[in-house]
Design a binder for this molecule. Structure first.
Ligand code: ZN
Length: 121
């Protein structure tokens, strides 16, 4: 009787080591780079750290929409993101700007509160 064939047991196991899709360097635990798009989705393909940094930089340049009050608004597929790696988006840039306005206002309020308590001391 023949032993059942297993996908994991072969006479000549061939071990493949992942290589960076950009530069071909072998990927190890130490040099693996992680790439997150503006919406938090990962980019396909294994990359080494230096290449991952390059890919992220290229993505950021490609998705740049405008600098608004010191914040960068990114655009991907007609979706507007108030920051990189953001799990929500706006369908118009006006709403995205309004969100940033509200955030900055919140920070100003916090600053005022801190100053108030500093004076009270
Ligand atoms: Zn590489």
């Amino acid at each position: 009787m023949e032993a059942p064939r297993s996908a994991f047991v072969t006479k000549r196991p061939s071990i493949r080591i992942l290589a960076c899709v950009k530069c071909g360097v072998k990927i190890t635990v130490e040099n693996i780079g992680r790439i997150s798009d503006v919406d938090g989705l990962t980019v396909n393909g294994a990359h080494c750290k230096p290449c991952a940094r390059e890919v992220v930089q290229e993505l950021k340049e490609g998705r740049f929409y405008e600098n608004y009050r010191g914040k960068v608004i990114y655009c991907k597929d007609d979706k507007f993101f108030p920051e990189w790696f953001c799990l929500f988006y706006f369908r118009t840039v006006e709403h995205c700007r309004a969100f940033i306005d509200a955030k900055l206002k919140e920070l100003e309020g916090l600053q005022e509160t801190l100053e108030y308590w500093e004076e009270k001391k």
